[in-house]
Write a protein of this length. Sequence first.
Length: 207
Amino acid sequence: MSMRIRTSALTALTVAALAAGTVLTAPTAGAAPKAAVPKFLSASQLPPHPTSSWTAGPVTEGFPEALGLCVSTEGVLDYDYRHREFRTDLDTGAVQLTVVTGTAAQAKALAKHYDDLIRTCAGRIEKSSPDVEAEGRDYGKLPVEEGARVRGLHTETSSGATDIALLSVGRDGRTVTVVKWGQMGDFKNAPVTAFKKTTTAAVNKLH
């Protein structure tokens, strides 16, 4: 997935994300019963690409670097992070993160934390990288399980490189998922309707 932001900007943005996010207390070991392992999206559930099929990578333990631009683990500790990355043969990619927390209340707070980071991401990018223009858009809530929200992010560097991303956060019980789709382009290239279906499928798989 191409997000053409300079390395220095990424480093600064990570620091900014920590400053912007609400610190969430991690669950104490043994504080909650073991949750069922949530399922992940399949390649066929990603927004269709006009000229290339999707390939799904393996489900992997840990937090994906592909989400690091807007969402990070800063201030959030000791949760069970798992992710799956997807790619096409062209310059389009996606990633899904699932986080199992200790309680539904912790999951609700974590989902809000992640959505707040996505909501404020464009402003933090511009503040940390004067050569980058960024714009965020809110595509609204989805009525699935305990709810989900879809947002868009467009970035353009002074050299003319442009990227578009769609990001969503959803929750079912004490499990949170974050989904990101991205490619080169702008808002007119964003498959918002299809991505909403992808997000709904991702939240429904958290049972």
